[in-house]
Design a protein around this ligand. Structure first.
Ligand SMILES: C[S@@+](CC[C@H](N)C(=O)[O-])C[C@H]1O[C@@H](n2cnc3c(N)ncnc32)[C@H](O)[C@@H]1O
Length: 504
């Protein structure tokens, strides 16, 4: 067991399963012991369904495994060593199945899709709605993929979304949404009620997310914001009384906060004042149906509205002595569907819902929040193996520069804290990362719980059937290739309670 991670002190006493991929790897040194320990039938079934598979290919994979086919770069190996992650976990990526989901309406077309992609499609016994296919099956070239009938999505990611227990009618926030696999699954679960708000800080990734929503026809009830998830503050729109609740000015609201609240409204007193022609800015941008191409006039109107909105918010911050320091950048409306509630609203009205008072969110916040946080991606095994072709330099530059690694846990904590702030009382939040490290998972959750007495770790009901390990904190879960036959994923479910729970 890793000493610095000391999983022992946190792990569930009744569960004898090893709680880290480190121990799993140590227990699974040989090919035979690895496949024996798989909780879902993997290699055998997949090799049968894989058109390229035969005894020789199984033998070749065995050989690869034993040889250690993936030459990992020095910096990454150092990182793995520091975090007590056994590098042999990356060899397992070569035999992981591909997981797919279907658009809900087309389950009856499975046999024709099997022909289309040229391989058997089998249901994942522990995760409804998920299927697995041979590791090398090419879905990107298939008609089903081109026509938006199938999505590729790892089963562990599916488990994280399942843990949210999204119900039709929920108002859901996905705070690190791009490129959007989990967002699409949430949209599917919502069906034709509720709302979905996606936030991401990277414009190009959010654009991919928007494309995905449109391709799968899932954007109707969705809105996307280019924004920093650590400061994003917009309430779900479909709460018609959200702003009027603010009029009540929750108890314990300070004088400066009251002033801030007054800034949340379209401020008629300010109309016509020199320099801040709020009204003009607001009126010029009633949101029409979202279209990918905008006219010059529309772009100009949006720019103008953003300018006035920025000024308005700056004015609010000047009044608010609690804001301090650097002001958060304004969220940018990136996409909204016809049923998102935004049509016909003024841009500023949408952005007006910004507040910094916990009581407002507890009352009017989101029912469910997903914080699938930015991380070092070391558990994203298939992705990592691709850097073999793309070049390890890119990998080191993007994910493993010293600055990034040293600040990532703090970023994760801020994302988690803000996600929790936006959650309504009794609502639930799922925190997940695709890192194997203790520092980005259990440690972040521990720091978060220490700062939030009204947060409680919750058991994920469905997980009783899942092939995963318990994490280093009670009720947290870890997916890995050895036990789950998936990529690496840490999942924790947290609920917002009225008062501090007596026991954690
Ligand atoms: C693990 S990925 C999310 C994957 C996504 N949930 C999905 O299922 O496709 C993490 C995302 O967090 C975004 N991110 C990083 N820092 C952020 C921040 N401060 N606020 C919002 N998003 C951020 C990254 O751009 C990246 O798209």
């Amino acid at each position: 067991m890793p000493s610095s991670c000391s999983f022992d002190q946190f792990s569930h006493p009744k569960d004898a399963r090893p709680s880290s991929v480190v121990e799993a790897a140590a227990n699974a040194r040989s090919w035979d012991s690895l496949t024996d320990r798989m909780a879902v039938p993997v290699m055998d079934e997949l090799e049968i369904s894989d058109p390229e598979a035969n005894d020789a290919s199984v033998g070749r994979k065995k050989e690869n495994w034993e040889k250690g086919a993936l030459p990992l770069p020095e910096a990454f190996l150092k990182f793995l060593k520091q975090n007590q992650i056994d590098p042999s976990v990356y060899k397992a990526a070569q035999s992981l199945p591909r997981y797919i989901r279907f658009k809900p309406s087309i389950n009856d077309e499975i046999s024709s899709i099997e022909k289309d992609i040229g391989t058997d499609i089998k249901p994942v016994s522990w995760l409804p709605g998920f299927f697995y296919i041979a590791p090398k099956a090419n879905i990107a070239g298939s008609e089903a993929y081109k026509h938006g009938k199938i999505y590729g999505m790892d089963a562990a990611s599916g488990a994280a979304v399942t843990a949210l227990e999204v119900s039709p009618g929920d108002h859901v926030l996905d705070i690190c949404a791009a490129p959007g696999a989990k967002l699409c699954m949430i949209a599917d679960l919502l069906g034709s009620t509720g709302s979905l708000t996606g936030v991401d800080i990277a414009q190009h990734r959010l654009a991919a997310c928007r494309t995905m929503l449109q391709k799968y026809g899932l954007g109707n009830r969705c809105r996307l914001f280019l924004a920093d998830g650590t400061t994003f503050s917009l309430l779900p729109l479909a709460k018609p009384n959200a702003i009027s609740h603010m009029d009540k000015q929750p108890e314990n609201t300070s004088y400066s906060q009251n002033l801030h609240l007054s800034c949340l409204h379209t401020n008629s007193e300010n109309e016509g004042k020199k320099g801040y022609d709020y009204h003009a800015g607001i009126r010029s941008t009633v949101l029409k149906e979202w279209v990918s191409r905008k006219t010059r006039k529309e772009k100009h109107a949006e720019k103008r509205a953003r300018f006035f909105e920025e000024k308005r918010q700056q004015a609010c911050h000047l009044l608010d002595d609690t804001a301090g320091g650097e002001q958060p950048k304004l969220p940018e409306i990136f996409f909204y569907g016809t049923e998102s509630g935004m049509l016909g609203m003024e841009q500023s009205e949408v952005l007006n819902h910004t507040a910094y008072i916990d009581a407002v969110y507890s009352q009017n916040g989101y029912d469910k929040v997903l914080v699938d946080a930015e991380c070092t991606h070391d558990g994203s095994l298939k992705h990592i193996s691709k850097f073999e072709q793309w070049g390890w330099d890119t990998f080191e530059h993007r994910f493993f520069n010293v600055e990034r690694i040293s600040s990532i846990a703090d970023l994760q904590l801020q994302l988690l804290l803000n996600g929790f702030r936006l959650l309504k009382l009794g609502g639930s939040l799922v925190y997940s990362t695709c890192s194997f490290t203790f520092q980005q998972n259990e440690s972040v959750v521990e720091r978060f719980l220490a700062a939030q007495p009204n947060a409680e770790l919750k058991q994920i009901e469905a997980s009783k059937e899942w092939p995963c390990r318990v994490g280093g904190l009670m009720h947290t879960l870890r997916f890995d290739p050895f036990v789950s036959n998936t990529n690496g994923l840490f999942v924790a479910k947290i609920i917002k309670t009225r008062s501090a729970p007596t026991k954690r």
